[in-house]
Design a protein around this ligand. Structure first.
Ligand SMILES: Cc1cc2nc3c(=O)[nH]c(=O)nc-3n(C[C@H](O)[C@H](O)[C@H](O)COP(=O)(O)OP(=O)(O)OC[C@H]3O[C@@H](n4cnc5c(N)ncnc54)[C@H](O)[C@@H]3O)c2cc1C
Length: 540
């Protein structure tokens, strides 16, 4: 059996960061296991291609949720990257951290050392922001964060509309002010996707003390006398074992980290026993507390051909491809996004609870040409994400077979709070396209359609149940803290065990109010100092 100091399970957003930081000390031997393969899919470097890419079966776990009890029994598609870089290799590449108050609130769950002042130095350490080094941004980290210009015609009109509605323009969502509208930054580098595999792993691949095994599916955490000692895994069809002299670190994401804990007997004891798994420790919170940002959308046609549909005409796309390949610029280097907002659904809230996006392409968008096939049509869509849902879902085992996908229930709209907030969000989305200049650019609403009255709560609820979906931000299934459902302590060690940590998006005690990739990178940065026994960076 090969022996290492640290075994990292999963080369995703967190795993690649850990592999880089832990192997920086040449005396430390690190094994990085990844169930998927190389991140060399031709579309992977193109930020624009994220949506079709996230549906590619070969680089995806292809999970589908169980019937949703409060959303018409619909089964929610659940893309997750199964490839080097994990979900950072297939995601939308928006760089968002959430609100400072989110991290401060983690103290209430017993997570110590994670206030915004304490995590900001780690956001900065990872980051190479186009603005350069400053109080809010890093200028020399591996994780490149680029400026996004936005659509020349539609973006100014959306900003004007937002101003007419009383929303403030903000240039930097991570500066002194976080509430308002503008455009997000993107985690790209010279127009190419900046996955953690490209930015953290590629530069250190040659280190003699770092071994990377792809197509290596971890089956079981090996545990002896209350200590994690290694991993049993399948490598291209061969059963293997590797020993960890210091630690096993699960970085397998919010679905697979709890799955691996439960397969090892660490989870809700009764449920595990029911599946024939001998419970080693009763940790009822494993797989509980699943959170995501549920999203709803409204769609409007534009009578004039002003949207991203123009860029999708075959001949233009071909030219854009050349331009992107040679210079890293043009539509392929970005996204059909015309506005982002972080807003409050009611003035009495202490921080935004709604993320708003206006997109200039339909979800049916595809490359088209008059002599070949039709496109998705000229539309503007507006989406609203509920950033502080109170509904909680779960990840449970289907069986004791590590190859079986876990059962995922999001439980969207289970909490009255979420239904109430979504009714408000629905009105906010609609109000946007009733104000100039946005209202002058669109025709009668396509989805949900004018027949649905704003104040008809029952009909709106019915629409919500039909349309609510995932934003692929699952978190909190191995939450840190000190409550009865906490799985990890504040240093991300599994309660009651030695030699076992979880470092990925499953550790957040509560989901942050923003996209989850940059926070996961931050968690891995901070965790690497904890694992190596370094003092934390000085709080800001
Ligand atoms: C389609 C999509 C769009 C998104 N858009 C954005 C966005 O624009 N901005 C943003 O901030 N966030 C976005 N996200 C969310 C963000 O990408 C994730 O929150 C983040 O990548 C989670 O990182 P992670 O390390 O927890 O998990 P992952 O990055 O998913 O990594 C887990 C890794 O572990 C591997 N693994 C799992 N089980 C095993 C096993 N048993 N053995 C070996 N390896 C295993 C997986 O293959 C994977 O590589 C998006 C996500 C998706 C899927």
């Amino acid at each position: 059996m090969d022996s290492f100091d640290y075994i990292i399970v999963g080369a995703g957003s967190a795993g690649c960061v850990l592999a880089n930081r832990l192997s920086a000390d040449p005396s430390v031997r690190v094994l990085l296991l990844e169930a998927g393969g190389k991140d060399d899919h031709p579309r992977m470097r193109m930020p624009l291609a994220w949506l079709p890419l996230s549906q590619e079966p070969e680089i995806n776990w292809n999970y589908v949720g169980e019937p949703e009890p409060h959303a018409n029994q619909r089964r929610i598609p659940t893309p997750r990257g199964k490839v080097l870089g994990g979900s950072s290799s297939i995601n939308g590449a928006m760089y968002v951290r959430g609100m400072p108050g989110d991290y401060d609130s983690w103290q209430d769950f017993g997570a110590k050392g994670w206030t915004y002042g304490e995590v900001l130095p780690y956001f900065k350490r990872s980051e190479n922001n186009w603005r350069g080094e400053g109080p809010y941004h890093g200028g020399s980290g591996p994780f490149t964060v680029s400026r996004f210009a936005g659509d020349e015609v539609i973006y100014p009109a959306m900003i004007e509309t937002a101003r007419n509605l009383g929303y403030r323009y903000i240039e930097d969502f991570h500066g002194a002010e976080n509430e308002g509208v503008g455009l997000p930054d993107f985690s790209t580098h010279r127009g190419r996707r900046a996955s953690t595999s490209k930015r953290f792993l590629d530069p250190v691949r040659q280190r003699a003390n770092l071994k990377i095994e792809i197509n290596a599916l971890a089956h079981r955490i090996l545990i002896e006398d209350g200590r994690a000692t290694g991993i049993a895994y399948d490598h291209n069809g061969t059963a293997k074992r590797a020993a960890a002299a210091r630690e096993v670190i699960l970085a397998s994401g919010a679905f697979n980290s709890p799955q691996l804990l439960m397969l090892a007997g660490l989870g809700p004891a009764d449920a595990l026993a029911g599946l024939g798994i001998e419970p080693l420790m009763n940790l009822p919170g494993v797989g509980k507390n699943l959170q995501d940002h549920p999203m709803i959308t409204a769609v409007y046609p534009t009578p004039r051909p002003i949207t991203f549909e123009n860029e999708l005409r075959l001949d233009r796309m071909a030219w854009s491809l050349v331009r992107w390949y040679l210079f890293g610029t043009g539509p392929i280097a970005g996204a059909p996004l015309a506005l982002q907002g972080f807003l409050k659904t009611r003035p009495d809230l202490d921080r935004p609870n709604l993320q708003l996006h206006v997109t200039t392409a339909s979800y049916l968008a595809r490359v088209w040409h008059p002599l070949w096939r039709k496109g998705g049509g000229h539309v503007l869509s507006i989406s609203g994400l509920l950033l502080n849902p109170e509904s909680r879902g779960s990840v449970t085992l289907r069986s004791s077979d590590p190859k079986d996908p876990p059962r995922i229930v999001y439980n969207y709209l289970a909490a009255e709070h979420d239904r109430t907030e979504f009714r408000r969000i629905f009105k906010i989305l609609r109000a946007f396209f009733r104000v100039t200049p946005a209202c002058e650019m669109v025709g009668p609403e396509i989805l949900p359609g004018p027949q649905l009255g704003d104040d008809d709560d029952e009909a709106v609820d019915s629409y919500l149940r039909e349309i609510v979906t995932s934003t692929a931000h699952p978190t909190s299934t191995c939450a840190m803290g000190d409550g009865p459902d906490a799985v990890l302590d504040s240093e991300l060690r599994v309660h009651g065990l030695t030699g076992l940590r979880v470092v990925d998006a499953s550790v957040f005690p509560v989901i942050m109010r923003g996209n989850t990739n940059a926070p996961t990178v931050m968690v891995a940065e901070k965790a690497s100092d904890m694992i190596l026994g370094k003092p934390p960076l000085a709080p800001t």
